[in-house]
Design a protein around this ligand. Structure first.
Ligand code: FES
Length: 138
Protein backbone atom coordinates (compact mmCIF):
# COMPACT_ATOMS: atom_id res chain seq x y z
CA UNK A 1 0.00 0.00 0.00
CA UNK A 2 1.33 3.43 -0.84
CA UNK A 3 0.78 6.70 0.96
CA UNK A 4 -1.58 7.93 -1.75
CA UNK A 5 -4.12 5.20 -0.99
CA UNK A 6 -7.31 6.46 0.67
CA UNK A 7 -6.85 3.70 3.24
CA UNK A 8 -3.36 4.75 4.25
CA UNK A 9 -4.36 7.10 7.11
CA UNK A 10 -6.77 4.49 8.50
CA UNK A 11 -4.03 1.89 8.39
CA UNK A 12 -1.67 4.17 10.28
CA UNK A 13 -4.31 4.64 12.98
CA UNK A 14 -4.87 0.91 13.28
CA UNK A 15 -1.19 0.18 13.50
CA UNK A 16 -0.81 2.77 16.24
CA UNK A 17 -3.59 1.15 18.22
CA UNK A 18 -2.50 -2.43 17.75
CA UNK A 19 0.78 -4.23 17.91
CA UNK A 20 2.03 -3.65 14.43
CA UNK A 21 4.27 -6.68 14.47
CA UNK A 22 1.24 -8.96 14.89
CA UNK A 23 -0.56 -7.62 11.81
CA UNK A 24 0.04 -8.95 8.37
CA UNK A 25 -2.10 -7.59 5.58
CA UNK A 26 -1.81 -8.79 2.04
CA UNK A 27 -4.86 -7.48 0.25
CA UNK A 28 -7.16 -4.48 0.37
CA UNK A 29 -9.93 -6.86 1.40
CA UNK A 30 -8.00 -7.85 4.53
CA UNK A 31 -7.30 -4.23 5.34
CA UNK A 32 -10.93 -3.30 4.75
CA UNK A 33 -12.12 -6.07 7.09
CA UNK A 34 -9.83 -4.76 9.81
CA UNK A 35 -10.94 -1.16 9.38
CA UNK A 36 -14.67 -1.64 8.96
CA UNK A 37 -16.74 -2.62 11.96
CA UNK A 38 -18.63 -5.88 11.70
CA UNK A 39 -22.40 -5.51 11.76
CA UNK A 40 -24.71 -8.27 12.97
CA UNK A 41 -28.34 -8.73 11.98
CA UNK A 42 -30.24 -8.53 15.24
CA UNK A 43 -33.91 -7.98 14.42
CA UNK A 44 -36.45 -7.04 11.79
CA UNK A 45 -37.53 -3.40 11.66
CA UNK A 46 -41.11 -4.53 12.26
CA UNK A 47 -40.07 -6.09 15.59
CA UNK A 48 -39.26 -2.66 17.08
CA UNK A 49 -42.17 -0.29 16.44
CA UNK A 50 -41.83 3.44 17.14
CA UNK A 51 -41.63 4.15 20.86
CA UNK A 52 -40.55 0.63 21.84
CA UNK A 53 -37.40 -1.26 22.75
CA UNK A 54 -36.18 -4.79 22.21
CA UNK A 55 -33.48 -6.75 23.98
CA UNK A 56 -31.11 -8.68 21.73
CA UNK A 57 -27.72 -10.27 22.14
CA UNK A 58 -24.76 -9.45 19.93
CA UNK A 59 -21.75 -11.71 20.30
CA UNK A 60 -22.70 -12.42 23.94
CA UNK A 61 -23.26 -8.72 24.73
CA UNK A 62 -26.81 -7.77 25.84
CA UNK A 63 -27.93 -4.90 23.63
CA UNK A 64 -31.09 -2.83 23.76
CA UNK A 65 -32.56 -1.57 20.52
CA UNK A 66 -34.74 1.53 20.56
CA UNK A 67 -37.00 3.06 17.96
CA UNK A 68 -37.32 6.77 18.69
CA UNK A 69 -39.53 8.45 16.13
CA UNK A 70 -38.47 6.02 13.42
CA UNK A 71 -34.73 6.26 14.14
CA UNK A 72 -33.00 3.23 15.63
CA UNK A 73 -30.45 3.30 18.45
CA UNK A 74 -28.56 0.62 20.37
CA UNK A 75 -26.93 0.62 23.79
CA UNK A 76 -25.56 -1.96 26.18
CA UNK A 77 -28.25 -3.36 28.48
CA UNK A 78 -26.29 -2.71 31.66
CA UNK A 79 -26.95 0.22 33.97
CA UNK A 80 -23.71 1.93 34.94
CA UNK A 81 -24.94 2.49 38.50
CA UNK A 82 -25.11 -1.11 39.65
CA UNK A 83 -25.53 -3.32 36.59
CA UNK A 84 -29.33 -3.29 36.47
CA UNK A 85 -31.12 -4.53 33.34
CA UNK A 86 -32.38 -1.45 31.53
CA UNK A 87 -34.46 -3.60 29.21
CA UNK A 88 -37.01 -3.88 31.98
CA UNK A 89 -37.07 -0.12 32.48
CA UNK A 90 -39.60 2.49 31.44
CA UNK A 91 -38.97 4.15 28.05
CA UNK A 92 -40.32 7.64 27.42
CA UNK A 93 -39.31 9.49 24.26
CA UNK A 94 -35.52 9.21 24.15
CA UNK A 95 -34.98 8.42 27.84
CA UNK A 96 -35.01 5.13 29.66
CA UNK A 97 -35.31 4.73 33.41
CA UNK A 98 -33.48 1.95 35.21
CA UNK A 99 -36.00 -0.22 37.08
CA UNK A 100 -33.69 -0.74 40.05
CA UNK A 101 -32.93 2.75 41.42
CA UNK A 102 -34.37 5.16 38.88
CA UNK A 103 -31.33 6.44 37.00
CA UNK A 104 -32.24 7.74 33.54
CA UNK A 105 -30.22 7.61 30.36
CA UNK A 106 -30.53 9.14 26.90
CA UNK A 107 -31.00 6.22 24.51
CA UNK A 108 -29.52 8.24 21.62
CA UNK A 109 -26.21 8.99 23.34
CA UNK A 110 -26.05 6.76 26.43
CA UNK A 111 -25.60 9.86 28.57
CA UNK A 112 -26.45 9.46 32.26
CA UNK A 113 -29.13 12.06 32.97
CA UNK A 114 -29.62 11.76 36.72
CA UNK A 115 -28.38 10.16 39.90
CA UNK A 116 -27.59 7.59 41.03
CA UNK A 117 -25.82 6.91 37.71
CA UNK A 118 -22.91 9.17 36.84
CA UNK A 119 -21.29 7.15 34.04
CA UNK A 120 -22.69 7.02 30.51
CA UNK A 121 -23.69 3.74 28.88
CA UNK A 122 -21.93 2.56 25.75
CA UNK A 123 -23.94 2.99 22.56
CA UNK A 124 -23.37 1.07 19.37
CA UNK A 125 -23.65 1.95 15.67
CA UNK A 126 -26.88 0.85 14.01
CA UNK A 127 -27.74 0.54 10.35
CA UNK A 128 -30.78 -0.61 8.46
CA UNK A 129 -30.58 -2.82 5.40
CA UNK A 130 -33.89 -3.62 3.73
CA UNK A 131 -36.05 -4.64 6.71
CA UNK A 132 -33.16 -5.73 8.95
CA UNK A 133 -31.61 -3.90 11.91
CA UNK A 134 -27.86 -4.39 12.14
CA UNK A 135 -25.64 -3.49 15.10
CA UNK A 136 -21.89 -3.37 15.50
CA UNK A 137 -20.25 -3.78 18.90
CA UNK A 138 -16.66 -3.43 17.58
S1 FES B 1 -28.77 -0.31 38.90
FE1 FES B 1 -29.64 1.20 37.61
S2 FES B 1 -30.04 2.88 38.92
FE2 FES B 1 -29.11 1.41 40.18
Amino acid sequence: MDKESPLYEDMVDILKRKKADQLTFHTHEEIWKEIMPEFYKVAKVSEVPIGTKKLVEVDFVPVLLFNVGGEFYAMEDVCTHDGGPLGEGFLEDDEIECPRHGARFCVKTGKALCMPAVEDIECFPVKIEDDEILVSID
